[in-house]
Design a protein around this ligand. Structure first.
Ligand code: PRP
Ligand code: ZN
Ligand code: MG
Length: 223
């Protein structure tokens, strides 16, 4: 609805922890969809609202540039964007969604020599959340090197790219599968409904409000 579109776009994680619950919530909010052939797009059949299926970490950028008006994303991803990109351009969190609970944690190889957070001094830590990690390290007064990886952060220690990682932990299965153990929690997070900071026209504003109210209704069991 920015750039002359006449349909609203909502960005949802394509495959991952938030995908199922996000689509389920939109269905409970009363949206009906039909999948595009490439499965990257869900066409809204009963409202002028389409779902874009993307990497969760790309959602803040899509909201900031106005390619999507709404998104469902972990609060930590928004916090990272705010720290890295500045308050002015940051997406706006509208609603806590009550799913996708997880923590951003520091994890280290099982049976290794890192036993306390002080032991991280001088080491390399791999993460997809460099601003959140740097912020935490500063607060803890630990000087360590932040190694940015876009994905598969959990294999960095085995590859010798880093001594430790800072990544999201939900069930703990990813850490266990990679012989890593949690050292400490950096930040807790859950899924939020977020909106683009870009100004929108009257029709889009009305649709965002209507959708927000329906989602809030679904969350409180009224939907
Ligand atoms: C996070 C994290 C792990 C996984 C941890 O990925 O990077 O891959 O979830 O969950 P677990 O403790 O239940 O195993 P995310 O959902 O951000 O997807 P992405 O890595 O594709 O961005
Ligand atoms: Zn992610
Ligand atoms: Mg991951």
């Amino acid at each position: 609805m920015n750039d002359g579109r006449d349909r609203l776009r909502i960005a949802v994680q394509k495959s991952g922890r938030l995908s199922e619950a996000s689509l389920d919530l939109l269905r409970r909010a009363g949206l009906a969809f039909r999948a595009s052939r490439d499965k990257l797009f869900l066409y809204g059949e009963n409202l002028p609202v389409d779902v874009l299926l993307v990497r969760d970490d790309d959602i803040p950028g899509l909201l900031v540039e106005g390619s999507c008006e709404l998104g469902i994303v972990g609060r930590n991803v928004l916090d990272e964007q705010r720290l890295a990109g500045g308050e002015a351009a940051a997406p706006v969190a509208l609603l806590d969604l009550g799913f996708g609970g997880c923590r951003l944690a520091i994890a280290v190889p099982d049976g290794g020599t890192i036993e306390s957070i002080g032991d991280l001094a001088g080491l390399r830590i791999a993460t997809s959340y460099p601003a959140l990690l740097a912020d935490w390290l500063r607060a803890q007064r630990i000087e360590a090197e932040v190694v940015l990886l876009a994905g598969s952060v959990e294999i960095a220690p085995r590859l010798g790219k880093a001594h430790a990682i800072c990544d999201l932990v939900s069930s703990g299965a990813t850490l266990a599968a990679n012989q890593l153990r949690e050292l400490t929690t950096v930040l807790r997070s859950e899924a939020v409904l977020a909106a683009s900071p870009r100004p929108r026209g009257a029709a889009a504003t009305q649709l965002v409000e209507r959708l927000g109210a329906r989602i809030a209704g679904a969350l409180s069991g009224a939907g």
